[in-house]
Design a binder for this molecule. Structure first.
Ligand code: GLC
Length: 495
């Protein structure tokens, strides 16, 4: 409708970007990376971005935080929770407002089940109060942790207490988590039960679902790839919300994630033993040898070294990999696994690795530096995900010339193209079965045995566009659309 593009400073109101994680302050997974880098890409286009996130204890050791003379009061469960506000700057220069409350966020942990509903519902309310200091603004929430902020802002507008309404955007990074809670919570939060109860779209009757409510009230909903945007409108991927998402499909955008290509650059990355780029990828072999030594693998340049850097979670399909480890080792493949998450899956990987010293290494840790050395040293990265909203591992693999071997789903399908006839940047498989995974790895091995062709593949992969450049333009267009639409609706007295 009002599609525009290009740089035009000052055309937009402030954008308050709400996220439970923001790298480098806090990070558990991809959400932290995205919140730490997308706002910077948008700020570079002239968008006035402000990030709002919880102040977890210890954050002040990573970035200097200045306490501001602002206090936010949040009613919760008949009490009043008070949040104070600290301000920091990301390395990119984007301001971050960290909301502090010692009772709820006094520990270093980012997530802390079963307290997370209480913690993030209160944070969302505080973030909504904070947004009221910036009218009108665009409030861009991420996942269930901050979705309730949109519900509050929508409700205050309904009550006609709040002047021009904020434009509301919700990004879905993962539908598997929705903030589903017993209905009694509605009253504790200060809502009438009916306001949050949502029987028609609900998988679990008698519960409230803040993500669903956020989807309902947002002016626009985005998810992190166009394929995932289509998938979540089907019962197979919709996690019970496919009906609601079909109902809102006109407002649903799929915009793939990018990575910070300055931070993640094999030509300059200081944690690598050697530097290389797409024109001269030869030194990657030095990174491979160093990685093999670091992980106790046999220093064999001819063995295909496959890396897995992942949350250990059923979503990631790593159980498929476990089933075929014997076959892979028999074909001379080496495996380097790094991740944390499901303890049973971690133990299963460790048990297999014990059988293959020198061929397989498993580190159950969260180690961003080793992760980069794996991307640089590995020949392929494996992402056999059952579903994958976007996936960052394949983007990092492409950037560092570790060829992605991925399941054709979500953002993996949008960013990896099959290598064939000298075109493409990776290998894809369809059926979520061990035999399909083995079959795609056989295809990768066949190319691996032709070093000249492999080198062309590595160069093509490294030249893939994994930056925020295009996606940031799409967010800019979205922000313009919602801000303008909101203005028109206000002028004509509609909601
Ligand atoms: C979640 C998704 C992942 C996505 C990330 C950032 O972790 O599982 O696919 O890349 O969020 O959007």
């Amino acid at each position: 409708m009002f599609a525009t593009s290009g740089r035009r400073e000052g055309a937009l109101p402030p954008v308050l970007y709400l996220s439970a994680e923001v790298a480098p302050l806090s990070k558990v997974g991809g959400l932290g990376d995205v919140a730490g880098s997308l706002p910077a890409a948008l700020a570079a286009l002239g968008v006035p971005m402000l990030i709002v996130t919880p102040w977890y204890s210890g954050v002040e050791e990573r970035v200097p935080l200045l306490r501001l003379p602002i206090e936010l009061s949040v009613p919760l469960d008949g009490r009043v929770e008070r949040f104070t506000v600290g301000r920091a700057w990301l390395p990119s220069g984007v301001p971050v407002f960290a909301l502090a409350n010692d009772r709820l966020f006094g520990g270093p942990e980012i997530y802390d089940e079963p307290r997370d509903r209480e913690r993030f519902f209160a944070f969302s309310r505080a973030a909504a109060e904070f947004a009221r200091l910036f009218p009108p603004s665009i409030v861009h929430a991420n996942d269930w942790h901050t979705a309730l902020a949109l519900v509050w802002l929508h409700r205050w507008f309904d009550d006609r207490r709040d002047g021009p309404r904020h434009a509301l955007i919700l990004t879905l990074h993962n539908l598997a988590h929705q903030g589903i809670t017993d209905i009694s919570y509605a009253r504790r939060l200060g809502f009438e039960a009916e306001e949050l109860l949502f029987e028609e779209w609900q998988r679990y009757p008698g519960t409230i679902n803040v993500l669903a409510r956020g989807i309902h009230v947002a002016d626009a909903i985005t998810t992190v790839s166009s394929t995932y945007a289509k998938e979540i409108q089907t019962p197979e991927f919709g996690e019970g919300l496919d009906g609601l998402l079909r109902y809102r499909r006109e407002a649903l955008w799929g915009i793939r994630n990018g990575i910070d290509v300055v931070l993640y650059d094999p030509a300059t990355d200081p944690v690598l033993p050697a530097r290389y780029d797409a024109d001269h990828p030869e030194e990657k072999i030095v990174c491979k040898r160093a990685l093999q030594a670091e992980l106790g693998l046999v220093e064999d340049p001819c063995a295909l070294l496959a890396g897995v850097v992942s949350r250990l979670d059923r979503q990631k399909g790593l159980d498929l990999l476990l089933e075929i480890v014997d076959e892979l080792i028999a074909r001379g493949v080496q495996l380097a696994v790094l991740g944390t998450g499901d303890p049973a899956l971690g133990r299963a990987f460790q048990a297999v690795a014990e059988r293959y010293p020198g061929q397989m290494s498993v580190r159950l840790a969260f180690d961003p530096v080793l992760a980069r050395r794996i991307y640089a040293g590995a020949d392929v990265v494996l992402l056999p995900s059952r579903f994958e909203p976007c996936g960052l591992g394949q983007l990092l693999g492409l950037r560092y010339g570790a060829i992605p071997v991925v399941r054709r789903t979500g953002g993996l399908a949008d960013t990896v193209q099959e290598w064939t006839g000298g075109r493409g940047n990776g290998f894809l498989f369809d059926s979520p079965t061990p035999s399909a995974l083995l079959e795609v790895l056989e295809r990768a091995l066949a190319v691996w045995r032709r070093p000249d062709e492999w080198r062309l593949l590595v160069q093509a992969a490294m030249r893939s566009d994994v930056s925020w450049e295009r996606p940031a333009q799409q967010y800019l267009e979205l922000y313009r659309n919602v801000a303008l639409a909101r203005l028109f609706m206000f002028a004509f007295g509609q909601r």
